[in-house]
Design a protein around this ligand. Structure first.
Ligand code: NAG
Ligand code: NAG
Ligand code: NAG
Ligand code: NAG
Ligand code: NAG
Ligand code: NAG
Ligand code: NAG
Ligand code: NAG
Ligand code: NAG
Ligand code: NAG
Ligand code: NAG
Ligand code: NAG
Length: 475
């Protein structure tokens, strides 16, 4: 059953990369590529995956024909992944700067994976690979639609009032074009059943909210991939995916700059589990085509940050109930004009688009009281309302702060006997001296425990997630 995919992928390995994209035969067409190849000035290049160029937006009103995450026909073997002792081989390499094994060739140190001369095969090599790449594809598709939708929905005057020029709008258009490329590349890796573009429902009502939505959506697009990249069985797919996600990382920073935020207030970009990215993205996917390939990831109950710092305010911390959605907790940009940082005339207060801005009053600070509200499991969410939120966790006890290289927990105080609302205190933690860990657009979740976890095993947090994640606009 894999023969087509493998032969195509093997071809991909043996010919210059630019010739390889016709790989996904059934999913590849015509209109964009036909236009490209008919142009005498455009060199021949692989076609893009076809996709609807005009799609409607808004909520889904219908009944799901199927519900729940994809599960294996062959069964589920346990209730959670158990912890194991370290692999004894993990620490045997001396790491002393000397060469310890014969070199396979001049200038080539021994070791590495995929370094022995076998041709790379750019396909999925396990269910883990397929589901992770398919999730990444859902993300590329929504970004393609999102960037176009902002340009279509708001007028030139709307963009100008938000400080964004014709050149800035072209950059957004170019970012949409990058997404067609990324969607094509991931589709070619996945093959004929690669998820298709869906229809979406966005909460933003003006340009500044659109930009904040993009800044937050690209944050979990990027972090969602960092969470699984090093775990893929397919090193080949990981290599190509990384080459698209580094582009996404630039997009995230540009949207921060369009919002007038400090472009990169952290030393490391965080990674999060697939189910976190899926929980964050799926509320905005209204419906997908009937034969859409489904995903195996979990949808957690939604989480609101009630006093989410609002980048539209001179004092972002003073915002309360100023988000337009759970999960991403996108800002509501309608704030009292005397509190608005747009067109503010003082350095440190102004937040118009710029390469960088100092903020005299930081968006958040250690010791800040942060208020949350969350849903209980069992809600229908995502494409065609066909996924159901769930949690395997016990009672809510902690807030997990997932940022840079760190997972830090703070105690959660419930609102009396109410088990779906509470508050915590923003921790004071640094990755290294001089780098406060909690800054930028980062992740929080409500958990029932505080297991010690690090970037490579963060997904072990999932059975402990009561609700979330939410994006916290800490800086
Ligand atoms: C450790 O390395 C040896 C030699 O490469 C291998 O045979 C063995 O299976 C490894 N053990 C583990 C637990 O991976
Ligand atoms: C900011 O200034 C621009 C240019 O003067 C104007 O078009 C826009 O309406 C102003 N925005 C706000 C929120 O005051
Ligand atoms: C889904 O169905 C449409 C229409 O029949 C077809 O064009 C498309 O290739 C199918 N997609 C998949 C992934 O099977
Ligand atoms: C985040 O980083 C910016 C830039 O260094 C700094 O001005 C701000 O105070 C930091 N915020 C927090 C919460 O540490
Ligand atoms: C989802 O809804 C769309 C739009 O109503 C419909 O075309 C599609 O068949 C539905 N998909 C599933 C899996 O039911
Ligand atoms: C910003 O707002 C918060 C919350 O209202 C308040 O505690 C803080 O004192 C304000 N900061 C400044 C510098 O005004
Ligand atoms: C937030 O505002 C909405 C209306 O904008 C209101 O319905 C809701 O009760 C408010 N939530 C809180 C916690 O104040
Ligand atoms: C944003 O806040 C304004 C003022 O409180 C309110 O009128 C508007 O409905 C809010 N927007 C959204 C999308 O919730
Ligand atoms: C803006 O006006 C409100 C209401 O008059 C006031 O509470 C607030 O402190 C003012 N903000 C600033 C930054 O002066
Ligand atoms: C920006 O913030 C940094 C760090 O607080 C400070 O050293 C610098 O002087 C500030 N620059 C301006 C122009 O405000
Ligand atoms: C718990 O808090 C939520 C959010 O504030 C509220 O909707 C719900 O009614 C409260 N439940 C009880 C039992 O007080
Ligand atoms: C944060 O990460 C750094 C780097 O891995 C580590 O040294 C430090 O102990 C972590 N801090 C906490 C509170 O987990």
């Amino acid at each position: 059953m894999y023969s087509t995919r493998i032969s195509v992928a093997a071809l991909l390995a043996l010919v210059p990369f630019a010739l390889a994209a016709p790989a996904t035969t059934s999913a590849t067409t015509t209109s964009d590529s036909a236009a490209a190849t008919s142009s005498t000035s455009t060199p021949s290049a692989p076609p893009l995956r076809s996709h609807p160029t005009s799609i409607s937006h808004g909520p889904f009103h219908g009944t799901a024909t199927t519900t729940g995450a994809l599960t294996a026909a062959s069964g589920i073997l346990g209730t959670a992944i158990s912890s194991l002792p370290p692999n004894p081989n993990a620490t045997t390499y001396p790491s002393d700067g000397k060469l310890h094994d014969p070199q396979p060739a001049p200038y080539v140190p021994a070791g590495g994976v995929g370094t022995n001369g076998t041709p790379p095969v750019y396909n999925a090599k396990s269910d883990f690979d397929y589901e992770s790449l398919a999730l990444a594809l859902y993300q590329e598709w929504i970004e393609l639609d999102l960037f176009h939708n902002g340009l279509a929905r708001f007028s030139v005057e709307d963009f100008q009032a938000a400080g964004l020029t014709a050149e800035d709008r072209f950059l957004i258009e170019f970012m949409a074009d990058q997404e067609i490329g990324h969607a094509t590349m991931v589709s070619n890796i996945l093959g004929a059943q690669a998820p298709q573009q869906c229809q979406y429902n966005y909460p933003y009502t003006n340009v500044r909210e659109f930009v904040d939505f993009c800044q937050k959506l690209t944050r979990f697009g990027e972090s969602g991939v960092y969470g699984f990249l090093g775990h893929l069985d397919s090193r080949e797919a990981a290599t190509l995916l990384l080459q698209s996600i580094t582009t996404e990382a630039r997009q995230q920073m540009i949207f921060r700059q369009f919002e007038g935020l400090f472009p990169m207030p952290v030393w490391f970009e965080v990674g999060v589990p697939q189910s976190w990215a899926w929980s964050l993205i799926s509320p905005y996917i209204a419906s997908c085509p009937a034969n859409q390939t489904r995903l195996a990831w979990q949808n957690f109950p939604a989480l609101w940050v009630l006093n989410q710092p609002n980048p539209e305010r001179i004092n972002g911390s003073s915002g309360f109930n100023e988000t337009i959605s759970a999960g991403m907790n996108t800002m509501n940009a309608t704030v009292p004009s005397n509190d608005s940082c747009i067109n503010a005339t003082t350095v440190g207060e102004n937040c118009n688009p710029a390469i960088t801005h100092n903020r005299t009053i930081p968006l958040s600070f250690p010791g800040r009281k942060v208020y949350f509200e969350w849903e209980t499991p069992g809600k229908a969410v995502g494409p065609n309302n066909s996924y159901i939120t769930s949690s395997e966790a016990g009672s809510p006890k902690f807030v997990a702060w997932v940022t840079q290289l760190n997972v830090t927990y703070s105690a959660l105080t419930l609102n009396g006997s109410n088990s779906t609302a509470g508050w915590t205190t923003q921790p004071n933690v640094s990755t290294y001296q001089g780098d406060p860990a909690i800054n930028g657009t980062m992740f929080v979740a409500i958990t029932d425990d505080n297991p010690f976890l690090t970037p490579f095993n963060l997904s072990l947090i999932n059975p402990h997630v009561v609700a979330g994640p939410a994006l916290y606009q800490s800086g």
